[in-house]
Design a protein. Sequence first.
Length: 252
Amino acid sequence: MELKFLTRESITEMKADDEKFIPMLISENRDDITSYLVNNNHIKNTGVSVDDFTLTEEEDFSVSDLSNTILLYSKMKNIPMRLAADERLWAWLTVEKFWDYIYYRRKGDWRNPKDNRAYYQSFFYTYGPSRSQVLNTVSRLWWAGYYTYDENRADKYELTKFYLKNAFASNILLLQSSKATANKDVRLGVLDGLKEWLEVNDLKFKRKYFVEPVKYLNIIGGVALLDFYNRQDIHDITLDCLRKKFENNVVH
């Protein structure tokens, strides 16, 4: 399939006119929103193609978020970074290509929303670009894959399965929110060390077990360039931090 994008003009207009566009965006009848986009020439080609695929809608969210991350990233991992970071691509995928998935995944959020952000976040970026990338319903699947995919492993999604099998939304936001984990070797080194430590101690993942080594690495990053550390270095630092902080008081 050829990837497309919505024009910036259309996204701005849809965000600005709640009364007109929210009913069109969430309606199971797609005629009105499609007519608006097509008749105003708001759908453009990116010039980038990927193998066609359909996101799963049949399983519990905790299962489908993970399986869809692996599926979508497997199909789209080679798209240019400039495109992966572009709201306009994900707007087309959410409003048009994968609307059925959006309905499956977000209809519960639409029943009693606190404000219109609950609607718009399903389709568009509603915060700053970096945060929105891991909050938008479809773009977060790509970024979850990007942040956890390890080409050096036999199972390249081993860390994806480890880190995102539970609490998908909060865990991907946690991974994205640290300055230190923007570095791939730091990010994967932490996950590798954390996975090993949890397995050795027969523990389940808890937020604090991730936060503590990342906090320590942020301190190191304040006085030294983390770029000088390789993935094994970060793995070892993570293990050392977890042992010192938790091994005397872990509760199984």
